[in-house]
Design a protein around this ligand. Structure first.
Ligand code: C2E
Ligand code: CA
Ligand code: CA
Ligand code: CA
Length: 276
């Protein structure tokens, strides 16, 4: 056993070994961040394509790391998933957003709409259903963005039951990253979403490439036929925003309008945007 243990170790490249050490350190820091309640919500504005009015915001998770700076989910979600703490992080994020909404309201701002990122599997968590119902009891419209890549695995009765509870509470269901996975059309029949979010990679070439314009036009047509509204993500230029508005996309989101920002910055952004 000793022998085989050693030879297995020798298969590790120095890079892999460093990676494992980094993951272990990150795992400890994630646990610590959870205990200190260090994960924070950021907010990225969404505007209506037709009149550029403020539609709402997507809630995006951030971790102000003590030495690495502000971290985005791709930098730590894989390790958090291995630790099985993503449900706790997501739940706590929703609670924190309730607190943010209360602070905004106290300052005279009622957020029109907020959407949260959830893997489809989270829908089976009764706490998620309960927290989202509490959130949607207020004046802000609430939406759940489900990654289309996670939909294919989620057919069970509990998923459908909880999805219905969420719908009954007036919460919108969105399919995220539409067009980037293999389950796109299956997802449409499985969950009958209220909203499709068109993936950034489809949006990027829309101003220059007629083929990508045609593809987006076809997606928008499917959505309209099914009574589903549409959001384009990753809008970085005015040319993209114009092309998407001409094609009939309903809502635009991307750096062209605003990057994800913290609670105070979003309040200032929203006030300036509404007053413009
Ligand atoms: P996503 O849901 O597709 O989120 C959009 C990502 O695109 C965000 O990255 C956002 O900062 C970025 N983005 C926004 N506008 C632009 C743009 O104009 N150009 C470009 N190039 N990028 C733009 P972020 O915040 O790093 O999030 C990455 C992914 O992490 C998200 O992808 C989502 O799948 C996941 N995620 C974010 N927040 C949460 C959360 O609270 N819980 C969970 N479970 N996952 C989350
Ligand atoms: Ca999203
Ligand atoms: Ca997305
Ligand atoms: Ca994405």
């Amino acid at each position: 056993a000793k022998e085989s243990g050693r030879s297995r170790l020798e298969l590790f490249t120095p890079e892999l070994h460093r990676g494992i050490l980094a993951d272990r350190r990150l795992a400890v820091q994630i646990q610590d961040a959870l205990e200190r309640d260090a994960f924070v919500p950021y907010f990225q504005p969404q505007v209506r394509a037709r009149d550029r009015g403020l539609h709402g915001a997507e809630v995006l998770l951030r971790w102000p790391h003590p030495s690495l700076g502000l971290l985005s989910p791709p930098e730590f979600l894989r390790v958090a998933e291995q630790l099985r703490v993503v449900p706790r992080i997501d739940r706590r994020l929703m609670e924190r957003v309730r607190e943010v909404l209360a602070r905004w309201t106290a300052q005279g701002f009622v957020a029109p709409r907020l959407s949260f990122n959830m893997s489809a599997g989270r829908i089976r968590d009764p706490d998620v259903v309960e927290t989202s119902r509490l959130l949607s009891a207020g004046p802000t419209r609430i939406a759940m963005e489900l990654l289309e890549s996670t939909l294919i695995e989620e057919e069970g009765d509990l998923f459908r039951f909880n999805l219905d509870r969420i719908r009954e509470a007036g919460i919108d269901i969105e399919i995220d990253d539409f067009g980037s996975g293999h389950a796109s059309i299956v997802g449409l029949t499985q969950v009958a979403p209220d909203v499709l979010k068109i993936d950034r990679r489809l949006v990027a070439p829309v101003a220059e490439d007629p083929r990508s314009r045609n593809l987006i036009r076809a997606i928008l047509e499917i959505a309209q036929t099914l009574g589903i509204s549409t959001v384009a993500e990753g809008v970085e230029t005015e040319a993209q925003a114009r092309a998407l508005a001409e094609l009939g996309c309903d809502v635009l989101q991307g750096y062209h309008f605003g990057a994800p920002m913290d609670e105070d910055a979003f309040l200032a952004f929203a006030r300036a945007w509404i007053a413009r």
